[in-house]
Design a protein around this ligand. Structure first.
Ligand code: SAM
Length: 446
């Protein structure tokens, strides 16, 4: 592999006698990993269905290695269904350190494509709030699609500048993750573009940007809250130096232990931070945990004005055709053509580039209202009135993901979930023994 000479010299200076072991890793393929999504699937089911053996990683109990020679798993039906997320193994370390608990409010400030956000959502277990922000609008769409695929109900997805977002949401979060844009040295084995873009100047400019993002992030965190800073690069300027500079600018923060088992202590006197190199079983990550001193509850949310009677009636009508149990008593919001079922305790969403909040229940189409794909992705098959559960190797499942109609029992009428081995992957509408396919066109297989 052709790596920049200046990069190699810097790594030699950083690693000393471990440098040959580091360099030797570049002769073998990069490590592959997936992360179980416990919101939709169990480890037992994933192990049974995954075509390759899964080995645990030291970075998260949800994260597993699979063999490098294995096919990429993105085309598997369980991937479409959101049972797992493809993620480089060491990337799971930052959220393990963040350790969000059900009921908390968590901000993921640099969130696309959503690897860490979907892991936070898994640990929140549907309780509390995840706010996933991505400043680049086109990347925010990918983030939204991944959160929907993974069945996340309690998230807000926005595309906003960190300084604007964090000053509007002052003291609102218990935990904040800054997985910062970086020079990506830990991506070199799998991303030629990162190698091509690398320069010492790029490293320096990334460090400046990281400091600015962290300075914004502090505003959103309540006193007593936890901030995790992570990168997928090795340069000290973007890691220990960024953290040291942050600590001198913010004396109300202290460095804490990450609690991570994988990797090794950080350098330059910052042994509480964690570094992961390819010889530690990950492509490369740096994780620092920073605690804000003091203690205060997170700032209060703002209950939205109650939805109009016609909004609630429209949502209820669709809900009742899909589910056995009644519509939960949660706030509803009419956003464009869609009606959203919101998590409780949200702040005002105005002016923050919000793309989606909560679950889109239904969409108005002229005088009709139809359920949304995300409603089924976030549901459990046993809660639905109708569900067609298909084996993973069934031709009908492949046909459904391809966008085709399916045969169903003649007496089935109305909206029907479609599951892959018990994991919901979409829906259709049944009548006359046929299921009309509502799998979104952009997600269909070729
Ligand atoms: N956390 C993501 C995950 O696990 O999937 C990966 C995040 S990636 C390392 C950093 C993100 O920061 C990118 O999506 C990038 O678009 C975004 N970004 C770029 N410039 C930024 C800025 N000035 N402020 C905040 N985020 C920025």
């Amino acid at each position: 592999m052709n790596l920049p000479q200046a990069f190699l010299q810097r790594m030699q200076a950083l690693l000393g006698e471990e440098f040959p072991a580091f360099l030797a890793c570049y002769d073998s393929p990069h490590l592959r990993g997936i992360r179980l999504n416990p919101l939709k699937c169990t480890e037992e089911k994933l192990r049974e269905a995954f075509p390759f053996p899964l080995e645990p990683t030291p970075f998260s109990p949800l994260s597993f290695y699979y063999p490098a020679q294995g096919e990429k798993p993105g085309a598997l039906p369980l991937h479409h269904a959101g049972a797992f997320y493809s993620q480089e193994p060491s990337a799971a370390s930052a959220v393990t350190a963040l350790a969000p608990r059900p009921g908390e409010r968590v901000l993921d400030l640099c969130a696309a494509p959503g690897g860490k956000s979907t892991q936070i959502a898994a640990l929140l277990g549907g309780e509390g709030l995840l706010w996933s922000n991505e400043v680049v609008r086109s990347r925010a769409n990918v983030l939204l699609s991944n959160l929907e695929r993974m069945g996340v109900r309690n998230a807000v997805v926005s595309s906003c500048r960190p300084d604007v977002l964090c000053s509007a949401l002052g003291g609102f979060f218990d935990r904040v993750l800054v997985d910062a844009p970086c020079s990506g040295e830990g991506m070199f084995r799998r991303d030629g573009q990162a190698v091509a873009e690398w320069s010492e100047e790029h490293v320096r400019s990334c460090a400046v940007r990281q400091g600015a993002i962290l300075d914004s992030a502090v505003q959103a965190l309540r006193p007593g809250g936890t901030l995790v800073y992570s990168t997928c690069t090795f340069s000290p300027e973007e890691n220990e130096e960024t953290v040291s500079a942050f600590l001198s600018r913010h004396p109300d923060f202290t460095l804490g232990e990450t609690g991570l088992a994988g990797g090794r202590p950080g350098f330059f006197g910052l042994g509480e931070t964690r570094r992961i190199f390819p010889m530690d079983g990950g492509e490369g990550h740096f994780v620092a945990l920073l605690r804000r001193q003091g203690e205060a509850p997170a700032a209060a949310g703002e209950e939205p004005a109650p939805a109009s009677a016609s909004t609630r009636a429209a949502a209820r009508e669709v809900w009742d055709t899909v589910f056995r149990a009644p519509l939960p008593e949660l706030p509803l919001l009419e956003a464009g053509e869609r009606i959203l079922l919101l998590p409780r305790g949200l702040p005002s969403l105005r002016g923050l580039g919000v793309l989606r909040a909560g679950v889109a229940v239904c969409e108005r189409k002229g005088r009709r209202c139809e359920p949304c794909h995300s409603l089924f992705m976030a549901a459990r098959p046993q809660k639905l009135r109708l569900c067609l559960d298909l084996p993973l190797d069934s031709p009908q499942l492949a046909a459904f993901l391809h966008g085709e109609e399916l045969d169903v029992p003649a007496q089935w009428r109305g909206y029907c979930g479609v599951a892959a081995a018990g994991v919901l992957t979409g829906f259709g509408k049944c009548s006359g023994g046929r299921l009309k396919n509502r799998y979104p066109k952009g997600l269909r297989t070729l």
